[in-house]
Design a protein around this ligand. Sequence first.
Ligand code: NAP
Length: 262
Amino acid sequence: MSCPENFTGIITGASSGIGECFARELAKNNYNLLLIARREEKLEQLAMELEDLYDIATEVFPADLGKTEDINRVVEKIKNTESIYFLVNNAGFATRGSFVDVDSDKHKEMISVHITASTLITHAVLLSMLERKEGVIINVASISGLIKNRGSPNYASTKAYMIKFSEMLALEMKRTNIKVQALCPGYTHTEFHSVRDFEGFNKNAIPSFLWMKSEDVVSKSIRSLRKNKVIVVTGRKNKFFVWIVNSKIFGKLIVRIMFGKR
Ligand SMILES: NC(=O)c1ccc[n+]([C@@H]2O[C@H](COP(=O)([O-])OP(=O)(O)OC[C@H]3O[C@@H](n4cnc5c(N)ncnc54)[C@H](OP(=O)(O)O)[C@@H]3O)[C@@H](O)[C@H]2O)c1
């Protein structure tokens, strides 16, 4: 995990939650940082704090990954950045309500942030990583991408893409020292459920034992890199939930309880 030379780590969605936590972890391990998200002030604050704490260089790159022109700007920036060792495709958001109730522009934005941006940023970063044949790519997906569950079909499907994409890319990278991981958290305390789309969402309705801290999600991800695990589900309860929902015997019953009998 510790940074071999003066390498750079790139994190999308670094302005809060899991992304901010990854930034802190990489800074602690001497990575220079390229921090990407829309809220420039939050990125600037974090960058200043981390430069004060550690002997690293940081760069803030405000971008809306829901917009093609901004993804292109990020890709260009990456092509002009040297010694990239670590990428975390973490930017993401969810929606509330049924698929048809959500505006089609929101669906388009989600596909752009989760799928298009992650894919094109990974492509750009690999050009640099493959020169040295070493590096780390973490795609922050979700347990939603592994199970049938109530909630946004678009969210679950875009996260399933990130998981499959990571799995296949890891196979392609097998002869290199480039590690690829699909990190699949469950409920995690961040700003994720506090954004405008989640107004009125009652976090307390979800049992407290199901929630994790973003620090624990990030440390599980980092520990799993050593084991070369590609799909990483955080927390025992989430692992059990994924197992039981996908099991032949209990799966059907659970889906029937959640969605009703057809
Ligand atoms: N929290 C959970 O319960 C949970 C569970 C499973 C998976 N996840 C996944 O974990 C990842 C991180 O989320 P989080 O929980 O840390 O939530 P968060 O605190 O809301 O962080 C989301 C990050 O994504 C950025 N982002 C969102 N839309 C963006 C856009 N259009 N362009 C650029 N950046 C954008 C946000 O920055 P700006 O607003 O500044 O742009 C923010 O930095 C997401 O991919 C999410 O799907 C979260």
